[in-house]
Ligand binder design. Structure first.
Ligand code: IPE
Ligand code: IPE
Ligand code: MG
Length: 240
């Protein structure tokens, strides 16, 4: 499948990469095999997005609710983070990709926190795709943390309550310097947000595919972009 040169490439694509467990189950494999394969797909998607000229790609890697999973599954996901953080450093450098993490990283083990900080620091001057990974991320938790920080600033006299506009509030979110997503893609067919980017997705176009995340590829991304180009984004207004 080819991208039509007249097509608008969304500047910011947000992804809920769902279906790793189902992909593994279909093959009679443990869920963690699906996560491994899903990580390979994330790597490929970063390269594809960077080449397509997408400016921001935000993926949901681990939610604030995913800690509810078995100790074994959470442990396997943490091991995969460790492994892929190192690989990502190489991929980011090779593709001029800047990496950023959103979510509350404080809950992770110290070596993972150090790895995240290092990834951000060593890629911060790259000027191509910004690859945002949401880890220990929840939209409600992000809004709660922003509200708490803002309350501190109001208490300290740095901000007046009447000056809190939407953009002032947004500047306290983890995504402060990131534009809102144009397109949200969710794989594996669930019709819900699962606590993803609740503030930021207010006017994003939503595309849901039955494709399981490990099977996602360039053609699937192009299908989503083709649909995005057929949408009429009105932002609450009226088109003539
Ligand atoms: C998404 O796949 C990856 C994470 C949430 C970490 P799932 O693990 O949710 O896969 P399904 O939904 O059970 O198939
Ligand atoms: C959303 O997927 C979270 C991530 C992709 C990291 P889930 O599989 O956790 O969401 P639910 O449980 O189907 O809502
Ligand atoms: Mg799932």
């Amino acid at each position: 499948m080819a991208l039509d040169s007249n097509m608008v490439i969304p500047a910011h694509v947000a992804l809920i990469l769902d279906g790793n467990g189902r992909w593994a189950k279909k093959r009679g494999l443990p869920r963690t095999f699906g996560h491994k394969e899903g990580c390979v797909t994330v790597e490929k998607t970063v390269e594809i997005a960077a080449r397509m000229g997408i400016k921001y790609l935000t993926v949901y890697g681990f939610s604030t609710e995913n800690w509810k999973r078995s100790e074994e599954e959470v442990g396997a996901l943490m091991q995969l983070f460790r492994y892929y953080m190192v690989r990502l450093l190489k991929i980011a450098s090779a593709n001029n990709v800047r990496v950023k993490m959103i979510g509350d990283r404080r809950r992770f083990a110290q070596d993972i926190i150090d790895g995240i900080n290092r990834l951000e620091e060593e890629t911060k001057d790259n000027t191509g795709l910004t690859f945002v990974i949401a880890v220990n991320y929840g939209g409600r938790d992000e809004i709660r943390r922003a509200a708490a920080k803002l309350a501190e600033d109001v208490k300290a006299g740095k901000v007046e309550a009447e000056d809190i506009t939407e953009s002032v509030f947004a500047s306290y979110l983890d995504t402060a310097d990131i534009p809102y997503p144009d397109l949200l893609i969710r794989t594996s067919g669930e019709l819900r947000l699962s606590n993803y980017l609740l503030w930021q997705l207010a006017y994003s176009e939503i595309y849901i595919t039955d494709c399981l995340w490990p099977d996602f590829n360039r053609d699937e991304l192009i299908k989503a972009i083709v649909q995005f180009n057929q949408r009429d984004r009105r932002f609450g207004g009226v088109k003539a």
